[in-house]
Ligand binder design. Structure first.
Ligand SMILES: Nc1nc2c(c(=O)[nH]1)N[C@H]1C(S)=C(S)[C@@H](COP(=O)(O)O)O[C@H]1N2
Ligand SMILES: [Mo]
Length: 257
């Protein structure tokens, strides 16, 4: 037991207090409010970062979505243009037929899920603008599996605070990775995209799956995602700052737009 039971007790206690107001503010966002982990994350954020309710409400809003006619004729690429690990290159040769996305860490039910199974799950399609910190933007249509569905299936621990994305590429000498908090992980536009502009996601854009986390700058959108790990501590990964560019380039971990 009893982690769950403890958690629910705590949740019940909080329902009348802090939670009540968060739930009110996020009232338009049922999927998120239903999720115990997400609510727990909100309370954590309130405590730890002393975020105002205005900020929390702002983080839950949707990024702008566009029309098909707004799609950029050319979408720039940046960073790695392919995965580089031996494992990845073998999967690429095999058209990702045996590729499995691993979901583990602080989850009760670790998953290994193939591309076909991912595509059979409920999907979201969104036309959004990608903003790179280097000063360019481009609009594309992305299709993919909402991250929250995978986290629910993996039975994410209510004690997990972050989701880490392990990628298949080294950029320079170091492996690319990224991480987000539970507010972004459960955001309805946060998807693992396997489709782009109506086609299978091309390799240079991150095949077989890449993260779309639409309220964040481009470097958070991990390409070539091989493994998703739930954790309560970012300091144990690589340089300890929660992402490749955070470690080597001094970029902000929170890159909200
Ligand atoms: N695995 C991996 N993901 C990555 C990068 C990378 O080098 N490796 N570059 C990041 C940066 S800085 C940007 S702007 C976008 C670029 O995505 P695109 O090539 O699809 O335009 O991917 C991000 N995700
Ligand atoms: Mo970028």
């Amino acid at each position: 037991m009893t982690d769950n039971r403890k958690f629910f007790r705590r949740r019940d206690l909080l329902r009348g207090a802090t939670l009540g107001s968060s739930a009110l503010i996020l009232g338009g966002c049922d999927a998120m409010n239903e999720n115990a982990t997400f609510r727990s994350a909100l309370r954590g954020a309130e405590r730890l970062n002393q975020l105002t309710h205005r900020t929390l409400a702002d983080r839950a809003t949707l990024a702008p979505e566009f029309a098909l006619s707004d799609i950029s004729p050319i979408f720039k690429t940046n960073g790695s243009l392919t995965g580089t690990s031996t494992d990845y290159l073998a999967h690429l040769q095999n058209n990702f037929a045996d590729w499995r996305l691993r979901i583990d860490g602080m989850v009760a039910n670790p998953l290994d899920i193939g591309l076909d199974a991912l595509r059979e799950m409920p999907a979201r399609t969104q036309i959004t603008r990608h903003d790179c910190v280097e000063g360019w933007s481009a609009i594309a249509q992305w299709q993919g599996t909402p991250l929250r569905l995978l986290l629910q299936q993996a039975q994410l621990s209510p004690r997990a605070k972050y989701i880490v994305f392990h990628c298949a590429d080294n950029y320079g000498a170091r492996p690319y990775y990224e991480s987000i908090d539970m507010i972004d992980a459960f955001h309805p536009q946060t998807i693992l995209a396997w489709g782009m502009n109506g086609e299978t996601l091309p390799v240079k854009y991150g095949a077989p799956v890449r993260l779309r986390v639409e309220r964040q700058l481009g470097y958070k959108h991990a390409k070539y995602v091989m493994r998703i790990e739930a954790t309560d501590d970012l300091s144990k990964f690589h340089g300890g700052k929660g992402g490749y560019w955070e470690d080597v380039g001094d970029y902000e971990w929170y890159a909200g737009i």
